[in-house]
Design a protein around this ligand. Structure first.
Ligand code: NAI
Ligand code: MG
Length: 357
């Protein structure tokens, strides 16, 4: 039996509510398949930690995480207590950058029984993956301020695009497209951004030559946002920069029914460092403590972690259990028009996992 050491960072807000649910499902999949065992170590890093210690994680936080097989992460952010740019950069982005998790892959799938806010869509009509560059671009953190607090205050935030960074994410997206419908959309805004995103387009065209079996398209990000709403079925895999991917994947979550069911992975494909698995959604301050956070995104994200660790059957078992629960429609969260509580949704998914074996 394979054994894994998983670093668990529930983080803030509903991160603390959905993370234990994800762990329960991982344990059920472990028991039922008998293929693997997880040892969890919990780290209380986040905004409460910041308020006590003045930093979101310890100075040597990355060294502490490095030996783990993966990081399972809830969400970060308590905007009333800690400014969002401090909490996000102090923990999440620090881990993504420090462990060179340059691939952020986010599937959007309209699950059985879920009503999309787009009319006339049924299960499977929305089924795409956005591959988001995760270590540079608009979120590189390069910037600064001059004359702070004065009338002439100036703020600069520079997008950073390196050839290495652009090429590797595009190559990953082509490889993913090869395993799906062999269609890849390159999303930029290179009509307006003349230096960085023209470099991106050039890299895309060159790498496309290595994947002649993959059909390609180039779209500007504003048109792509509209296309995801008007013709989501025409999209299979798309690759985009850090910020564009971030924005497009919230659209993906929304049109699939709820952000509360959208999973996400931050991967270092070379496995030089642990990868991190976290849902698309944040800490959802508006529903903290109500017991209504939808755990599906966190649970599905756990499935994607198992997939990355090599347990494809266990990952499929989890996704199939989620589909059965949404398909039956009896146990849906408030975000999906139901009234089930967080733990009830998890219980229903675990019951389906047990039934399947
Ligand atoms: P959010 O994703 O936390 O919430 C957006 C909306 O979706 C809210 O109405 C929320 O109630 C709902 N929602 C999100 N997850 C849900 C779930 N599992 N079940 C049911 N409803 C759910 O985004 P928002 O409000 O923009 O940000 C809140 C905080 O989270 C901020 O501090 C922000 O910086 C942080 N954040 C952190 C992220 C992360 O840790 N990866 C990602 C996005 C935001
Ligand atoms: Mg986002």
């Amino acid at each position: 039996m394979k054994e894994y050491n998983i670093a668990v960072i529930p983080g803030d807000g509903i991160g603390q509510e959905v993370t234990p649910e994800g762990v329960r499902v991982l344990n059920a999949a472990s028991e039922v398949t008998g293929e693997f065992m997880m040892r969890y170590e919990y780290f209380p890093w986040g905004c409460d930690y910041y308020l006590q210690h003045g930093s979101m994680m310890p100075e040597d936080g990355l060294d502490i995480l490095r030996p783990f097989d993966a990081v399972y992460f809830g969400a970060v952010g308590l905007p009333k207590q800690v400014p969002d740019h401090v909490s996000l950069h102090g923990l999440l982005i620090k881990i993504r950058l420090g462990f060179d998790q340059y691939v952020c892959a986010r599937p959007s799938l309209l699950l059985p029984g879920i009503k999309s806010p787009l009319g006339g869509k049924k299960y499977g009509d929305i089924d795409f993956v956005i591959v988001r560059e995760n270590t540079e671009g608009e979120y590189s953190g390069a910037g600064g301020k001059c004359h702070p607090g004065l009338g002439c205050e100036l703020a600069l935030e520079t997008s950073v695009f390196t050839r290495v960074g652009v090429e590797r994410i595009i190559r990953y997206a082509f490889q993913l497209a090869q395993t799906r419908k062999k269609h890849l959309i390159c999303v930029t805004k290179s009509n307006a951004q003349r230096y960085t995103l023209t470099l991106w387009d050039e890299c895309f065209e060159r790498i496309a030559e290595d994947f002649p079996e993959v059909a390609t398209e180039r779209m500007l990000v504003d048109a792509m946002a509209a296309r995801l709403i008007l013709r989501p079925e025409s999209v299979d895999v798309a690759v985009a920069s850090n910020m564009f991917g971030d924005i497009l994947t919230d659209i993906g979550g929304a049109i699939s029914g709820s952000l509360g069911i959208s999973p996400s992975v931050n991967i270092n494909p070379e496995r030089q460092f642990p990868s991190m698995f976290e849902p698309v959604h944040g800490s959802a301050p508006d529903i903290i403590g109500k017991g209504i956070a939808d755990p599906i995104a966190m649970i599905w994200t756990g499935g994607l972690m198992l997939d990355f660790l090599g347990h494809k059957d266990a990952a499929a078992l989890i996704l199939e259990a989620i589909k059965k629960v949404t398909g039956e429609g009896r146990c849906l969260g408030k975000d999906l028009g139901g009234s089930a509580k967080t733990t009830e949704i998890t219980d229903a998914i675990i019951a389906k996992i047990r039934e399947a074996r």
